[in-house]
Write a protein that binds this ligand. Sequence first.
Ligand code: ADP
Length: 372
Amino acid sequence: MKNSISKKIAGLNYAVHKSMTEDDNISIITAFTEESIRIFDADYGFVLGKFGVNDKYKLAYKSSKSPRTPSIPKNLKKNLIIPIKYFDHSYGSIILGYKNKPAFSKEHLALSETVGNAAAQAITVNWLVESERKAMALAEKQKETEVLLGQEKLKTEFISNITHELRTPLTIMRGNVYLARKNPKSSREALEVIDKEIVHLSEMLSDLVLVTSGSEITIHKDTLDLAEILSTVTNRLKSYAHEKNIHIKIKSKSKKIKFVGDSRHLERMFLNLVKNAITYGGTVVEVDISTNTKTATVKISDDGIGISKENLPRIFERFFRADKSRTRSDNRTGLGLSIVKKIAEMHGGRIEVKSTLGIGSVFTVTLPLRKA
Ligand code: ADP
């Protein structure tokens, strides 16, 4: 008897294993019913119950040789009923049928209870997995939609910003052409303004090409000296700093920092950062260059207006300006930092910022050193 029970348990294991590979409840019930017929030597088996979340109590499965309209038997002379039950929750029953029902031992009856329990557990797990899967699919869909909406919003913002930015110099030029026509005496002044706006427009167009282009942009691999680039940049901005009463300090441990990169772009990147530090600065701008075996780090610090916590995550976005009203007079477009980010990334590096409103900002560019 023991031997036959252990064989039967092996059959139960098979049903449990099979139920784990099935992902719908009817397949699980089918596997358990067929296995129960084998384990308890029945002639047929059928299942009545409620197995789907929105199901009604019904005939869920019937094996061959089952009665045409199976129902709960009134007396149990020819049947064995296995409740599919897990703790308090009852899903239904497997009903096994016999021409000659054997006399089942206590062990057999205990095993039948285990079978019903295992079937109920498999169904419960399946319900949980199914609802989890549904929730995950829904969350995934929501995330995708949010990303798409975000991208669409950015695109729309970008187009409206770009249109505005390109139109502004054109409007100024038009106004000056009108002025020059109306009053030829002021034409020289008007031409100067027009000339400035043309420079601004063409700078903006080349910036736009840079920030909107993907990986196709070519970067030159010049062997250069980072310390020299930074000193060129600060020299170029000397009169601007002087005008703003700002003192620029350069700190570098090594005189020469050999680097392989695109000198024109790197100069542009540092120029944008130091120019910002002067524009939004206070009294001192510090440029600190350091290296280790792997990277070169350039820190540009100012003691100026700082950036608020809300604005800080947005400053590298194209066209973002914390204070839109102030910047136009300086020919600022809100593209500067997105160019900085792009150039740092083009060189395999990164840009980070720390800032406190009213105290100042520190922009740190880290660039990997490569062999020439
Ligand atoms: P902009 O042409 O407006 O200067 P940027 O992309 O260079 O555009 O900078 C974006 C915004 O980030 C600026 O408008 C300014 O609000 C803020 N910002 C940049 N650098 C600094 C800084 N050093 N201190 C305070 N605010 C800064």
